[in-house]
Structure formats: structure tokens, C-alpha cells
Design a protein. Structure first.
Length: 726
């Protein structure tokens, strides 16, 4: 991606920097506009003009008008008595007028974009109605599950042509007696729907006859002048609302209200609100709270966060560049090369394969293509990040405007920020340093050990060891740390296995420079030292419920060694599984052989405080544990999923040959983890049940759950279930 770079500035001259900031914001708005237009054009090219954001918005708004006209047409033509009724009536009567209106509007927008003749639009529209008829017939003949499975198969394919091919194949299998509609039939079915759109929206659409060669003409549907203006205006307004939010080279404007905006240019600032919420009632409550002075502390906190000045850690910027250019994998940086596509198999090779091998081959190819799409996307993101970092490295300092999510959590607004992945986070350092003083070197050592998270002499990983053990690990490994700090590129094999490799290198460089200073307390450090919570959801519940026992599980009480709730739950779950295995439970034995550890239960335990239930636990285990194992089996990397067991016929008890892909193990494990969690954090469970009862009572009255935090921030929890038509 190429953009015109700004002039490098290292000055503290505020007027000059403000002017530079305004240029950045103007450019960001323009780039956002151009990116939006390009994205919409790509969408139109690949999916049709009906799929662009502005077309979707107009279609949704137009459905009631067209639906009313469709209903009127059906009523006028559905009469008893003599006379021939319209050929399309019996078909269109089977469907909801809203659905027919939606299909008609989509077809017309697609036709207008592609500049198709009206008869082509009617034919395409009739073809879409035929597909709906087939789906309805299959549902009536084979049940709703058949159509759901059919839809799932079709949606797995990205190409519209491939989806159509699969649909036709499945339709012929389910409805072999169906005779494909002729073009004449499709035109007759599509004609009344096109007429309904034209009659319902005469200011938007019109028919026009255009000359096509000598003595020839063609009728097309097109937007009226008013429609073109409306469509263009909608696209323009949506495009200008998509600026690329970048870090700022001057301190952000302080938040004093919901709409202060942090940025300096109005076009950019109006796209950033203090709280990320779309709920009108929530916005009103926030504005009232600010006006009454109840949110002064919240505003102050957000302003302090965004007034912190940052600078680019240039050695780490250079290191990330180098890792990408060298193509060093497994460090979280985008690969600079795509995976090679295997040569196409000969027919004889394909014929010689078993069905399982063919499935594995298809999955392998699909996996390579999917991974390559991901690599291209990752490369684009990395190059944008590096471009931003390179630009910011020319400034003495920069700032990150911040705002809140609807629960009150503070986040940076720009995508390039210190809450990102390790290689991005490592490029951030404080612009203003601070002498280490008496205790700073110790905290630097703790941070360094945390980032590496290697094994300590105590037999624990550093992040789970005592602070003294972490400092001791640094002293024991000082030669390695100094080697990395002096020359990270030459010592990549020493640091690539660190838990956060780039942050580890940044800490090693800082430590090396401190040693070079003579280990002076006056050494000025610019490195942020990270402090993290331990299962923050349960921390909040245990604190709110005043439960000392549960507070100890999540490190809210003083302890020499950090608590590890995940390991505690894993140990309790394993104890129950071992008990079942000793009593002859073969599934329990299988799971023990496959292994259950801290990482197995971590996501379950982490999401428990966010209302994840036992069913959710099972789905997480299927997604995180079983699915990768099953894919490895299909790809030939594993002989079998170690958690999988043979299916059993529920009626006869007969053992079947087909393995269940770990589904039974996931359900069993989920139950054991759920039992261990609810029996361990009982007070948190009580607190959650209280909130659920309150929320359910309010939901019965169609009211949201609303409260105000001790700092004065109103919070509105409203998860609406929308009535939708498919």
C-alpha cells in the first residue's frame, strides 16, 4: 500500500504539529473514503450491485412499499369466477410478500448495476423464485432439516457459480421429478414482481427504451435522476463516515461530552464517540450523567489514558521488518510467502484413492487455499502497520485517542495500538522515560521473565512462579539475556520460543542498556511494564461477593506464588474422570489416555463468568480441541482423534464402525468442567444467578438491564431478539 508520507517532524512546536495532525486526519478521511468505494466496487463485481452497503440499506427501506404492491397484485388477481388467471399467481401465492419484495429488489439492483435488459432481469428473478419453490417443495417432502443441511452445504462455497451448481445437484437428488422452468415461465413469474417495484417506487426506478444497433431497441430498468442522486448521496455519506483512525501527533482533544471526538477535524471527530453504543436510551443516560457531573472521574480516567505520550521502539520496528523479510515463521508475524499448491492429480491417482483419502485431499487443498487467503490478508495488515510505525518513528512522540465500550472498558481508537499482538505491542515505548530508582530494576526483571515465561528452577513457568523466582531466573540467564539485547538478529534461536518473543526482546534490550549504564538507579527506562489480571470476570464476582476463598483462586489476595484457577479446575475435573474410569467407564478412560490439562479447560473457565453454560463448554471443546484433531486425521497428520470413540446404536446398543469425532468426549468433559467450576466458585455462581433472574424479570417486561457504576457511568444491557424473515 502506498501513501504520501508526511514530512518527518521531531519538533515540539505545537502549531506545526497541530497542522501536521490536521493533514493526517484529512488524509485519513480521504483514504477511508477511497477504501470504502473500492470495497463496494469489489462487492458489486463479485456479488452483484444488490450486495453493496448502500444498496442493502435502500432495499431494506423499500421492502414495505414493494411488499404492499405485491399483496395488492395478488388480491386483484386471486378471484373466483370465469376468466383466465395470471400464470404466476399460483406460484407467488405460496410466499410471504416481504420475501417476494426482497427478491425483486435484489434482482433489479443487480440488473441495473450489470446494465442487463429488463427481460434478463425478469428471467433472473423468475429463476430465483424457482429456487425458492424447489426449497419449499424439498421442505414439504423431506422436512425442514433437509433444507437446513442443503443450505449449510451450499453456504460453504464462496463462488456464486459453484453454489448454483451444488444447489442444482442437490435439487435433482431431492426432487428428481422437478422439471426446470423454461425462460418463458421465468419471465412470466418475474414480470408481476418487476411491475410491483416500478409501481411502488416510480421516483426511484423507471423503464427506458434504448437503441441497440440499426432498427433495434432494448428496454432496460434504470434509476431515475432522483434515484441516482439519492443513491449517490447515500454512498457519499457512508464513504465519508469510514475514516482510517490513526494515532495522533498531538495530544487528543480531552473528552468533555459524548461527542467531543478526540480528533481535530470535524469529519473525523464526529465518527468517534465517548462510548461505543448504538442504543439511544444509553446515549441519553450518558449525556445526562455527564451534564450532572457524575461522570467526571470517568472522563478524567479516559483523558489520562489518551494523554500518555508514546514513541516507536525503533530497534523492534527494525526487527519486525527483518523477521518478515527473512520469512521467519512461528513468531506471529505474517508470512512473506504463500503455501505452494500441489499439482493436480491424474485421473488414475484419484480413482485409486479411498473415499477417506479423497476427502482428506479435498480438505488439504481447501485448507491451503484458505490459509493463503489468510496470509494475503495478514500481509496487508502487517504492511499497513509497518507503514504507520515508520511514519510515527519520525515524530518525537505520538498519542492514542481512547474511548469506552458500552460496559466501560477503555480501548484505543486507532487499529495501530499497544493492545494488539506481541509484535505490534513491542513497537510501543513511552516517549517520556523514568529513572528506574531503587525498585525499577526488579520490576524490569519480573517483566522480562513474564515475557519469556520459560521454566524456572522451582519447576514452574515464570508467570506462575514467585517474584523472587522470576528475578532469580533473570540472574541465572543473564548471559543469554545480554546476548539477545546486544544482537537480537543473531540470537533469534534463543528468543523465538519465548511466550511473547518480541516483547521479550524489547525487555532484553532495555536490560542490556541498563547493564551498560553500570546498573545505575538513574538509568532512564522507556519500557512499559505489563501488569495483567487473572480471570477478570471471576475477580469481579469474588470481590463483589466478598468471598475471600474465591478471591484467592484469582490472585486478589496476597500470595508468594500466583494462583492458577485453570489448573485447579483441571485437577478437580481429572479427579472425577479418574473416579469414573476406575468404575469401568470406558469413555472416561479414553479421555484420560488422551489427556486433560490446564489448556483443555482454560477457555471454559474463562468464559464461565460471561454466562457460558455447559452446552457452550461442549461447543468450545469441539471447536478448540476436537475440530483441529479431526482435520489432522483427514489430512493424514494423525491416525485418529485420541478422544474419539465408536458410535453406538441407541436402540440396539450395537457398536458402529464410524467414530464420533470426539463429540461424546466433548460432552462428557464439558459436564465435568462445569461441575468443577460451579462447585469451586459458588459465590460467583450465586452472583450470576442473581443477575440472570433480574435480567429475566426485566426481559419479561421488555426492559433492558440498566445500572450505574460507582464511577457514575450508566450501563445498558439490551440484547434484543429480532423477528427476522428468511
Amino acid at each position: 500500500m502506498h501513501t504520501q508520507a508526511l514530512t518527518t517532524l521531531t519538533t515540539h512546536d505545537t502549531p506545526t504539529l497541530i497542522e501536521a495532525q490536521r493533514r493526517i486526519e484529512t488524509r485519513s478521511s480521504k483514504e477511508g473514503y477511497e477504501r470504502y468505494i473500492k470495497q463496494q466496487q469489489s462487492t458489486a463485481d463479485n456479488l452483484g450491485g444488490q450486495s453493496t452497503a448502500e444498496a442493502v440499506k435502500m432495499i431494506r427501506g423499500s421492502i414495505p412499499l414493494v411488499s404492499e404492491q405485491v399483496s395488492l397484485w395478488i388480491a386483484e388477481n386471486d378471484y373466483e369466477g370465469p376468466g383466465k388467471r395470471h400464470a404466476a399467481l399460483s406460484v407467488l401465492k405460496r410466499f410471504d410478500p416481504d420475501l417476494l419484495a426482497f427478491i425483486a429488489l435484489n434482482a433489479i439492483f443487480s440488473g441495473i448495476t450489470a446494465q442487463h435488459p429488463a427481460v434478463t432481469v425478469q428471467t433472473a428473478l423468475g429463476g430465483q423464485i424457482e429456487a425458492e419453490v424447489i426449497a419449499l417443495d424439498i421442505e414439504e417432502a423431506a422436512g425442514r432439516k433437509a433444507t437446513k443441511r442443503m443450505k449449510a452445504v451450499i453456504e460453504k462455497n464462496g463462488s456464486a457459480r459453484q453454489r448454483k451448481k451444488i444447489f442444482n445437484k442437490l435439487a435433482s437428488e431431492h426432487l428428481p421429478e422437478h422439471e426446470a422452468w423454461t425462460q418463458d415461465v421465468k419471465v412470466r413469474v418475474g414480470e408481476p414482481l418487476v411491475s410491483a417495484v416500478l409501481q411502488a417506487m416510480p421516483d426511484m426506478f423507471e423503464l427506458m427504451t434504448l437503441p441497440r444497433g440499426v432498427n433495434k431497441s432494448e428496454t432496460v430498468i434504470r434509476l431515475t435522476d432522483e434515484g441516482v442522486a439519492m443513491f449517490g448521496s447515500l454512498r457519499e455519506s457512508m464513504a465519508w463516515m469510514q475514516p482510517i483512525h490513526r494515532p495522533m501527533v498531538v495530544p487528543p482533544r480531552p473528552w468533555t461530552d459524548m461527542d467531543t471526538g478526540a480528533y481535530y477535524e470535524e469529519r473525523t471527530s464526529r465518527t468517534v464517540k465517548l462510548v461505543r453504543t448504538f442504543n439511544k436510551d444509553h446515549k441519553r443516560l450518558i449525556r445526562e450523567s455527564i451534564a450532572a457531573g457524575r461522570m467526571d472521574y470517568v472522563l478524567k480516567a479516559v483523558n489520562v489514558a489518551q494523554e500518555t505520550s508514546w514513541a516507536i521502539n525503533k530497534p523492534l520496528l527494525d526487527l519486525v521488518h527483518w523477521v518478515f523479510e527473512e520469512g521467519i515463521n512461528d513468531l506471529g508475524v505474517a508470512s512473506n510467502q504463500l503455501l505452494p499448491i500441489p499439482a493436480k492429480l491424474e485421473a488414475s491417482e484419484w480413482d485409486a484413492m479411498t473415499p477417506e483419502q479423497r476427502k482428506g485431499h479435498r480438505m488439504s487443498l481447501a485448507g491451503i487455499h484458505e490459509r493463503n487467503r489468510g496470509i494475503v490478508s495478514d500481509q496487508a495488515v502487517l504492511l499497513r502497520d509497518l507503514e504507520t510505525a515508520n511514519e510515527l518513528s519520525g515524530f518525537y512522540s505520538f498519542w492514542l485517542p481512547h474511548n469506552l465500550d458500552f460496559r466501560g472498558r477503555v480501548y484505543p481508537v486507532p487499529h495501530f495500538n499497544h493492545q494488539r499482538a506481541d509484535h505490534i505491542k513491542s513497537m510501543f515505548r513511552f516517549a517520556e522515560g523514568c529513572p528506574l530508582g531503587e525498585y525499577g530494576a526488579g520490576w524490569l526483571s519480573v517483566h522480562l521473565a513474564n515475557c519469556g515465561d520459560f521454566m524456572t528452577p522451582s519447576g514452574r513457568k515464570a508467570s506462575k512462579a514467585s517474584f523472587d523466582d522470576r528475578i532469580q531466573w533473570v540472574e541465572d540467564n543473564e548471559f543469554m539475556i545480554l546476548s539477545v539485547g546486544k544482537d537480537p538478529k543473531a540470537t533469534v534461536d534463543l528468543w523465538k520460543e519465548a511466550d511473547s518473543p518480541f516483547m521479550f526482546v524489547a525487555a532484553c534490550i532495555e536490560y542490556y542498556q541498563w547493564v551498560q549504564s553500570g546498573r545505575s538507579e538513574a538509568f532512564v527506562s522507556y519500557l512499559p511494564v505489563a501488569l495483567d489480571g487473572s480471570n477478570s470476570g471471576l475477580q469481579h464476582y469474588s470481590a463483589a461477593m466478598r468471598s475471600k476463598e474465591e478471591a484467592a483462586y484469582v490472585s486478589l489476595l496476597t500470595s508468594d506464588i500466583p494462583a492458577d484457577l485453570y489448573q485447579t479446575i483441571a485437577d478437580k475435573a481429572v479427579a472425577e474422570i479418574e473416579k469414573d474410569a476406575s468404575e469401568g467407564n470406558s469413555l472416561a478412560y479414553t479421555i484420560l489416555q488422551a489427556g486433560v490439562g490446564r489448556s483443555t479447560v482454560k477457555r471454559n473457565v474463562m468464559t464461565f463468568a460471561y454466562s457460558s453454560e455447559q452446552f457452550g463448554f461442549r461447543q468450545q471443546l469441539m471447536d478448540d480441541l476436537m475440530k483441529p484433531l479431526n482435520e489432522a486425521v483427514f489430512l493424514g497428520k494423525l491416525d485418529r482423534n485420541p478422544y474419539a470413540i465408536n458410535r453406538v446404536n441407541k436402540d440396539t446398543g450395537e457398536v458402529l464402525d464410524e467414530l464420533d469425532g470426539g463429540f461424546s468426549a466433548a460432552g462428557y468433559l464439558a459436564a465435568k468442567v462445569w461441575q468443577a467450576v460451579t462447585q469451586t466458585v459458588t459465590k460467583a455462581t450465586e452472583g450470576m444467578e442473581f443477575f440472570k433472574k433480574v435480567a429475566a424479570t426485566l426481559a419479561h417486561e421488555k426492559l433492558p438491564l440498566v445500572w450505574t457504576t460507582p464511577l457514575g457511568l450508566p450501563v445498558v444491557h439490551r440484547y434484543s431478539v429480532w423477528e427476522t424473515k428468511t
